[in-house]
Design a protein around this ligand. Structure first.
Ligand SMILES: NC(=O)c1ccc[n+]([C@@H]2O[C@H](COP(=O)([O-])OP(=O)(O)OC[C@H]3O[C@@H](n4cnc5c(N)ncnc54)[C@H](O)[C@@H]3O)[C@@H](O)[C@H]2O)c1
Length: 410
């Protein structure tokens, strides 16, 4: 009889919702080697976590993650908290013998990531970092084509992850914009996915040169927006939204519009890198949250001696492939709709008929399904914490390059 694995999940924000859906759906669509029980969800606010428990389909709710980790009932610990909590929770979970799935980026620093990997290896638990984009069927198909040699020798990895939600200066100072909680901005949040895909599809980085910039340096303080903020840095000066100097806080000025308190953005708004891979290919990578019209434009083009591949997450069921073996009069990018079941395209056989499209949530179902089977088999499953650590080293090398204004070797 299949064994049962009980899952505990820490955090129930955006990723908590996405992961809950994946834990719920995976057993219905994939041949899992264990039964799953969505046992306990954990958040800090008792009313909030109770509401999440009921809505997201968990049996129990907890307000202290240590309780979940210490429970002998829990087999798998899923971490969906902001970045500053990943290391402490993952290390404690590994020491308690739980199999650990952790959101991205793995950690705040290389040092933390090293400690997480060491703890997981010492405890001999299964560890995975949730770079879900590896399990977009079109990207998994790109990996197959590259492994088959369809691109030949790879020359270029050109990638851009562009969003537009920070263009509005009224967007408040959330945890993602505070370095002590997030580590860095676009770099840790979205560049890390491009870096992970670069390593997955092309190879290890040899050296990088980076550029990072913060366009809007102060934003409104938002008490209680998203994750409860840590004590926020005090704004250097008081400004109204038009940027004019205004009265100091506490100055009674009846009838005047209340002064909006501002806090300092301590992370990058855009992060770019150029680099070289060990295999000689070149990288050109850019992440920004200041690209009006771009919502989740996670895109790349890979060029090789035999052909090219092109992908855009906003059209995620499609892979564009140029094959130089075609006759010259018909060469160019051809569209592959990556929805063919019957073992033709990765993961598709568990879902719908050809042409019936998949979405963002499916990539997490694939991640959870592969993770559960790896837990039962006791086999490592990529991307492991070691991948998370390697990604963290590239993130750090880019930051070092920005500081020193030079190239940094990995
Ligand atoms: N894989 C991806 O594509 C992807 C996408 C978005 C976010 N992420 C990552 O997922 C993580 C969470 O991001 P999010 O957008 O869901 O954030 P969020 O702010 O929406 O949710 C975070 C949740 O964690 C809870 N939390 C914070 N500290 C806690 C603690 N000590 N104990 C218990 N609960 C705690 C908060 O209450 C909240 O429920 C981050 O690491 C982020 O970088 C990854």
């Amino acid at each position: 009889m299949a064994k049962t694995l009980r899952v505990g999940m820490i955090g129930h924000g955006f990723m908590g919702k996405v992961h809950s859906n994946a834990w719920r759906q995976a057993p219905h669509f994939f041949p899992l080697k264990a039964k799953l029980e969505m046992h306990t969800v954990c958040g800090r606010n008792p009313a909030g976590v109770q509401a999440a428990r009921a809505q997201l389909g968990w049996q129990f709710a907890a307000t202290d993650w240590r309780e979940v980790i210490e429970s002998p009932l829990i087999d798998i610990l899923d971490i969906t908290t902001p970045n500053d909590a990943h290391a402490e929770i993952a290390i404690a979970a590994a020491r308690a013998g739980k199999q650990v799935l952790c959101e991205t980026p793995l950690a705040l620093s290389v040092k933390e990531a090293e400690a997480m990997l060491a703890a997981a290896q010492k405890a001999r638990v299964i560890h995975m970092v949730c770079h879900n984009y590896r399990r977009v069927p079109a990207i998994a198909q790109a990996k197959r084509l590259i492994a088959d040699g369809a691109l030949g020798e790879i020359y270029h990895y050109y990638a851009r992850y562009a969003q537009d939600w920070l263009v509005d200066p009224e967007v408040p100072l959330r945890w993602r914009l505070q370095k002590p909680i997030s580590g860095s901005g676009t770099h840790a949040d979205i560049n890390v996915h491009l870096i992970d895909l670069a390593r997955y599809l092309v190879g290890e980085f040899k050296e990088v040169c980076g550029l990072m910039h913060t366009f809007i340096k102060e934003r409104p303080l938002a008490e209680g927006a998203g994750t409860a903020p840590e004590p926020l840095p005090k704004p250097d000066r008081k400004k109204d939204r038009a940027g004019k100097a205004s009265a100091p806080t506490g100055d009674p000025n009846p009838g005047a519009k209340p002064v909006q308190k501002l806090g300092k953005v301590t992370v990058d708004d855009a992060a770019l890198l150029i680099g070289r891979f060990d295999n000689g290919a070149l990288a050109n990578v850019e992440a920004t949250r200041y690209a009006p019209g771009r919502k989740n434009h996670m895109a790349f083009e890979i060029n090789g001696s035999k052909g090219s591949l092109c992908f855009d997450f906003e059209d995620m069921n499609r892979l564009k492939f140029c094959d130089r073996a075609c006759l010259p009069d018909r060469q160019g990018f051809r569209d592959i709709l990556v929805t063919q079941p019957g073992g033709v395209h990765p993961y598709i056989g568990q879902w719908w008929r050809a042409g019936h499209l998949l979405g963002y949530e499916h990539t997490f179902v694939h991640t959870v399904a592969d993770f559960v089977n790896a837990c039962v088999e006791g086999k490592p499953i990529q991307p492991t914490f070691e991948d998370g650590l390697k990604n963290q080293r590239v993130l750090a090398a880019v930051e070092e390059s920005v500081k020193t204004r030079g190239w940094v070797r990995l």
